[in-house]
Every structure is written in structure tokens, then in C-alpha cells.
Design a protein. Structure first.
Length: 417
């Protein structure tokens, strides 16, 4: 077309050259434009991919924050203004400082913390904002307004932006309520303490047991070895009585230990039956009647002549037997009385009252500990009252003592029926 145009319309040669140059430049410009548009298209595609990735990344971050129940926040170092970005902390009935609450100045926020934690947290944030540290990690208690309660929180923070001078200008951080973890840590510490205490008590128990068992056992072995050489009937009878007495002591210790072990291991269940309480208590009194000291009376005092109850008869008798044994042992004059009151609100009170030497108030709880003895000169292993309380607890009952030095003692065994 151009050739035809040039042929039909004659022009100078210079004009022809200019026209061809313009055509070449236009063609090159079109090619460059097409290449540039393709390059721009590729860049736009890459940017769209990046935007899609960022969207996915934000969704993932949002999901992680929700799953971990974390709040994110940022702190403007210049204005000291703290703002929550997201808050997915777990909520309870107690108030938790949340994103909808204006954090305000960081110094004001720190005042919401427990007085023991606030100075430490404030110093850590100050060091981070001044560039003295690169990161921050603190656990602290946050006050719940209008109450005396606190909840535990854990925070991490780091520098996100710095100024031209290299000092921080923006700090970002996370916070999380850690009440559950603190409760678990407390439970683990208590379990560890109980385990250590149990180990200590086991060691002390074995040491005491070896001593308490060795004493009657040595007497039995010693008197038995002497017995064949004794020909005098009275002396032999005395030795046999001593051997029998120490045998009974040894048997009592073993029975008490076995009884405590069975109850505490939970292997021995309650065996409930209907029985007459008056008959059961009279049987215990009959056992100890020959053992009371001269000048001491052993009697009963029942609210009603006969009372049928449903309970574990064997354990109930064991508890009363230990209480009566203890009363008879420490009463040198006066009386020992075993009785019960009329049941009230489903509870029955069985008591053993004596006019013995009494117990000082500071020992009222200690006497129920294993191997504890108020008077070391009185025979016994110190297991009777401990066994009684253990058996009482196994029956959902309890034992308390009312006593004073020189005024005797009253042990009250309370049991639901």
C-alpha cells in the first residue's frame, strides 16, 4: 500500500526515508509494548499469588491463635500506647482484660497486675522498649475488678520495628490465660510433696515398727531361753506370764498394722449388718473388765437399753476396743465409762469417758499420729488411736477428743447410721 501510495503520489526521497523510519519505530514500539505488557501481566499474576498466600497465611494465623487461645497486641514505644489486635483467650465467669477494653498507656495496664508482679513486668517492658533486651517473657497475675481474685497470664514480646537510631519504635507481643496450667503445676507440686512425705513416713514407720516389734520379741526370746533352767514353779509361772504378755503385745502391734494397711489400701470393704449396739459395747467392756487397775470402775451408760443399728460391726468394735484400751491404760483411779447418746439426724455418738491424767490441748491432734506417745513410760506402741481414726474414717465417721491435763478425757466416735 505504501509503495502504491508512493508510486501514485511522487514525493522527495527524504520523505520516503522518514516514513519508513516512522514505520520501523512504530513497529518496534508495538513489540516493546507487547513485551512490557506481558511482563506486567506476569508481575500481576505473581502479586495475585502473593495476595492469595497472604490470605491463606492470615487464615492459618487466625486459626492458630484461636486454637492456642492467644491474644496479640502491639505497643507504640513513643506514645507507650498498647492496643490489642486479636484476642482469642479463653473466657470464664471471671473478668479477663480483653481487646474490647482499652489498654491505654502501658503504665496504667501494669497497675492492673498483682503488686508482687507489677514491678518485675514493668522493668522487663522498659528494658525491651529501651533496646536493652531483644525479647520479653513474663508470667503474672491480673486483678479481677471488684473482687479479690486474680487470674494467671503469660506474655511474650519482641521488637518489630526500629528507628534510624536503632532504638525500638514498635513492640509486638502475645498474651495467654494460663490458669489451667498453673492449677496443673500446683497439683503436680502437691502430688510430689505427698509422695515425698509418704516416703518419709514410710521410712519413719519402718524404723518405729522395728523398734516396737523388737522390744516384745526380745523379751519373748530372752524369757524362753531362760525357762528351761528354771525349776521353781512360781518363777516359771511368772516367766510364762511375761512371755504371754509380750506375745499379746506383739500380736496387737501386728494386728494394728495389718488393719491400717487393709483400710488404707482399700482392699477391705465395709461389711454392713444389723446388730444391737448395746450388746456389742458390753462385749468390749467384758474384755477389759479384768484389766482395769485397782480402784478404777469400768461401766456403761446407754441412752436406751437396746439400739439396733446398721454398720460394720467388726470395725465399730475395733474402734471402741482401742478407745477403751487407751482409757484403761491411763486411768489409775476413778472410772472409765462407755456409752452412747440417742441418734440424731442420722448420726450416732459413741463415747468413752475416763478420769485419767488427761491430755494437753497441743497434743489433741498429735495423739492420732502413728507411734506418738504422750507418756513414753506407759506401755504401748502408739498405734491404737491412729488405728481408731483410720477405721472411723473408713466408715465415714470421725473421732474427736475433749480433754485437759488432770481432768480426764472423753473420746467421741461419731458414725452415720
Amino acid at each position: 500500500m505504501a509503495a502504491l501510495f508512493l508510486y501514485v503520489t511522487p514525493r522527495p526521497l527524504l520523505m520516503d526515508v522518514l516514513i519508513w523510519i516512522l514505520l520501523v519505530v512504530a513497529t518496534v514500539a508495538c513489540v516493546v509494548l507487547i513485551v512490557w505488557q506481558k511482563k506486567i501481566g506476569k508481575m500481576l499474576k505473581n502479586e495475585l499469588k502473593i495476595i492469595d498466600l497472604m490470605k491463606d497465611h492470615n487464615v492459618q494465623n487466625d486459626f492458630l491463635l484461636k486454637a492456642l487461645r492467644i491474644a496479640t497486641w502491639h505497643l507504640d514505644v513513643k506514645t507507650k500506647q498498647a492496643v490489642y489486635d486479636y484476642d482469642y483467650r479463653i473466657r470464664t465467669n471471671d473478668w479477663i482484660y480483653s481487646a474490647k477494653d482499652d489498654l491505654g498507656k502501658i503504665n496504667e495496664s501494669v497497675q492492673l497486675l498483682h503488686e508482687q508482679d507489677a514491678p518485675r513486668v514493668a522493668q522487663s517492658l522498659r528494658d525491651l522498649c529501651e533496646g536493652k533486651t531483644e525479647s520479653y517473657h513474663e508470667e503474672y497475675r491480673v486483678k479481677i475488678p471488684n473482687t479479690k481474685n486474680f487470674y494467671w497470664e503469660e506474655s511474650y514480646a519482641t521488637v518489630a520495628e526500629r528507628g534510624e537510631d536503632g532504638l525500638p519504635t514498635l513492640v509486638v507481643g502475645t498474651s495467654k490465660c494460663i490458669d489451667d496450667r498453673k492449677a496443673m503445676e500446683k497439683a503436680l507440686m502437691e502430688a510430689r510433696y505427698r509422695a515425698e512425705e509418704s516416703d518419709r513416713l514410710k521410712t519413719a514407720f519402718l524404723a518405729n515398727m522395728s523398734h516396737e516389734v523388737r522390744t516384745p520379741l526380745n523379751a519373748i526370746v530372752g524369757f524362753t531361753s531362760v525357762l528351761p533352767d528354771v525349776t521353781d514353779p512360781d518363777e516359771r509361772k511368772m516367766l510364762l506370764d511375761l512371755i504371754n504378755e509380750n506375745t499379746q503385745k506383739l500380736l496387737t502391734i501386728v494386728d494394728d498394722v495389718v488393719s491400717i494397711s487393709k483400710v488404707e489400701s482399700g482392699k477391705e470393704e465395709l461389711v454392713l449388718s444389723d446388730f444391737d449396739l448395746s450388746v456389742a459395747l458390753n462385749e468390749v467392756v467384758d474384755i477389759f473388765m479384768p484389766k482395769v487397775q485397782s480402784g478404777v470402775t469400768l461401766s456403761t451408760q446407754f441412752a436406751v437399753p437396746s439400739l439396733t443399728i446398721t454398720a460394720d460391726r467388726s470395725r465399730l468394735v475395733d474402734v471402741v476396743r482401742h478407745l477403751v484400751s487407751n482409757a484403761v491404760k491411763f486411768t489409775t483411779q476413778g472410772s472409765v465409762v462407755v456409752g452412747f447418746d440417742a441418734p440424731e439426724n442420722g448420726l450416732l455418738h459413741i463415747w468413752v469417758r475416763d478420769t485419767g491424767k488427761g491430755i494437753a490441748p497441743e497434743h489433741h491432734e498429735k495423739i492420732f499420729e502413728r507411734f506418738f506417745k504422750v507418756d513414753e513410760f506407759i506401755p504401748g506402741a502408739g498405734l491404737g488411736l491412729s488405728t481408731s481414726r483410720t477405721l472411723a474414717y473408713s466408715m465415714n465417721g470421725s473421732i474427736v477428743v475433749d480433754s485437759a491435763l488432770g481432768e480426764g478425757s472423753t473420746f467421741i466416735f461419731e458414725i452415720p447410721i
